[in-house]
Design a protein around this ligand. Structure first.
Ligand code: ZN
Ligand code: ZN
Length: 134
């Protein structure tokens, strides 16, 4: 088992996020969603355009002794977010690091996503999508 990245902060997996292994894992995730007949949408605003995948955690990601990355993320550990909301999420993860100290990244992510949705509803410029739903 390679080393765990869970505790080592952002810099440890920066290399991974630029790797071919992640590129392929990301593509496989979107393919799997599509094949299952679902559509990937930003978990904050619902757009389907230009989606990133956020790691709820890095369980399963490791590096071999030769430095090759192993993409063992579970599908459900990856969360689709548009670029804007992905950036906002990371800003908040960094800024509120102290609030989230001791919580796992999944919890912190879930809390921030709820906060971003609420903020968006309050600002509620009636978006082109989801009008009149619920
Ligand atoms: Zn979004
Ligand atoms: Zn992310």
């Amino acid at each position: 088992m390679g080393f765990s990245l869970a505790r080592s902060g952002n810099t440890a997996y920066r290399g991974y996020l630029r790797s071919g292994a992640w590129f392929r894992r990301r593509r496989a995730w979107f393919t799997a969603v599509k094949d299952s007949g679902r559509e990937a949408v930003c978990q904050v605003c619902g757009t389907t355009q230009r989606l990133d995948l956020h790691h709820m955690n890095y369980d399963g990601v490791s590096q071999t002794p030769t430095g090759a990355w192993v993409s063992g993320e579970a599908d459900e550990d990856l969360m689709p977010l548009c670029r804007t909301h992905h950036e906002q999420l990371h800003e908040e993860l960094d800024r509120r690091r102290r609030d989230f100290w001791g919580r796992d990244r999944r919890r912190a992510t879930a809390m921030i996503v709820v906060g971003l949705r609420k903020r968006r509803q309050r600002q509620s410029t009636p978006g082109p999508r989801r009008r009149g739903r619920r």
